[in-house]
Ligand binder design. Structure first.
Ligand code: ACO
Length: 401
């Protein structure tokens, strides 16, 4: 039993809020989210407008530096990123140590951590030039190593960033170009990818971002903090859901497409199965990103002439769930991950890379939040607990246990 008096004497009052459902950890000027109304804004700009009118590097700049860049600032930013796109050849030795079957997210977390060894100089967030260079370096190297995780699984030679191409176009080049010839990407594919990256770019104090902030609050470096964010993102309750959604849709399809059966299964409290891509900690109304992605999925598939039975299954699933009392009463709506996988699939991205794509999109958000946390001189993150273990007891010698 908890000795409340003893606890009070030791700790003072403690607010117990597992999962931090109602606890704010910081003040932030980066992202505004209203879960009741389904509103998302980066630095005051609506996600709908940004997804429609801006590109990913522009949005990255906005999140990290607080204002939309002028054309000159944007060109400079892109050029400065290009200065750092070479990744040390020795990093390849690390990749060689992984089995080809390794999940790309595990490899990405390790490689991001390894960047600390190749870039040991600590970033001073209070020095503008130092911070700006660190931003460019992180944006440059992360996209390269992210795609190397896929090349490794395929056993293909690793590609270098092509400084004559744009940032998002480089993703496709790094992933798919082979020594046998150049890889040309359809503009519609690039536009769709750009939009998806924007929609994933920040989402205030979610699990991976809180991780980045809390690791960074010990003054651990930027790469080390981001490596921790990658690991947090990997879980199927967070960014790993995009892979899990697609696997679920495939399973439903392969088992005859009986959507209602899976809705029933998700409601069964004795069954651990959940409808992946449904529900959100903060949105108790529709996830505004899901609305945009659903439309994008329709547009991309019809523009590319792709007919995917999984899109029909997803739509049926959404329909059945939205009319079901269990889902309605718990405010469970499709989230950002529900339709994104269908677009990635149409673009030719392998399923195991879906969460890596999420990480590339989320990177500017992680950097912006790390920077804000350090600039605001936030104290080290150190939650308290309510101890529920044994009271004091005498030590028992080994022969008496
Ligand atoms: N399928 C079936 N039931 C669900 C689902 C689901 N996808 N999500 C929540 N529920 C139920 C829970 O069982 C619980 O029911 P109860 O009140 O009868 O016990 C109730 O809804 C509330 O759910 P919690 O797990 O308490 O909500 P929480 O805010 O802790 O979790 C989460 C949110 C993790 C997103 C959850 O909805 C979930 O597991 N969804 C599926 C995974 C997913 O899609 N994750 C991606 C989230 S978006 C992102 O990270 C980018």
């Amino acid at each position: 039993a908890i000795d409340i008096e003893q606890l009070r004497a030791q700790t003072g009052a403690i607010t117990l809020d597992p999962g931090y459902k109602n606890s704010g950890s910081c003040k932030s000027e980066i992202t505004f989210l209203d879960g009741e109304e389904g509103i998302l804004r980066y630095r005051g700009y609506s996600i709908e407008e940004l997804a429609d009118k801006a590109d990913f590097l522009e949005v990255s700049y906005l999140l990290i530096f607080g204002e939309l860049p002028t054309q000159k600032q944007l060109d400079q930013f892109e050029n400065d990123i290009r200065k750092y796109t070479l990744v040390s050849e020795e990093m390849k030795n690390i990749i060689d140590g992984f089995p080809r079957t390794a999940h790309p997210m595990g490899v990405l977390s390790s490689l991001t951590s390894a960047l600390t060894a190749f870039n040991p100089k600590a970033v001073n967030p209070h020095n503008e030039k130092d911070m700006y260079d660190a931003v460019c370096k992180t944006m440059a190297k992360f996209i390269v190593i992210a795609t190397w995780t896929y090349r490794k699984t395929m056993g293909f030679p690793l590609n270098y960033y092509d400084n004559t191409k744009g940032y998002v176009e480089n993703f496709m080049h790094l992933m798919f170009e082979l020594p046998t010839g150049p890889y040309k990407t359809d503009k519609r594919v690039l536009d769709a990818l750009d939009k998806l990256f924007i929609l994933h770019a920040d989402h205030e104090q979610n699990c991976s971002t809180s991780t980045v902030r809390i690791v960074g609050s010990s003054h651990a470096g930027l790469f080390a903090s981001i490596a921790a964010g990658v690991s947090a993102l990997w879980g199927p309750l967070h960014g790993g859901a995009n892979q899990a959604v697609l696997e679920m849709l495939e399973e439903i399809h392969n088992n005859g497409g009986d959507v209602a059966k899976y809705v029933l299964k998700a409601k069964d409290k004795d069954d651990p199965f959940r409808l992946m891509g449904f529900g959100h900690r903060v949105y108790k109304n529709f996830d505004p990103r899901a609305k945009i992605i659903k439309k994008a999925a329709d547009d991309v598939l019809s523009a590319l002439g792709v007919q995917d039975p999984l899109l029909d299954i997803a739509k049926q699933l959404e329909q059945v769930a939205l009319e079901d009392d269990y889902f309605k009463s718990r405010n469970l709506y499709p989230n950002v991950d529900f339709y994104s996988g269908i677009i990635y699939r149409a673009l030719g991205i392998p399923t195991e890379m879906f969460t890596v794509l999420f990480a590339i999109g989320r990177l500017p958000g992680w950097i912006a939040q790390w920077k804000e946390m350090r600039i605001n001189k936030e104290p080290i993150g150190r939650p308290r607990q309510v101890y529920t273990g044994s009271p004091l007891r005498p030590f028992v010698e080994k022969d008496k246990r």
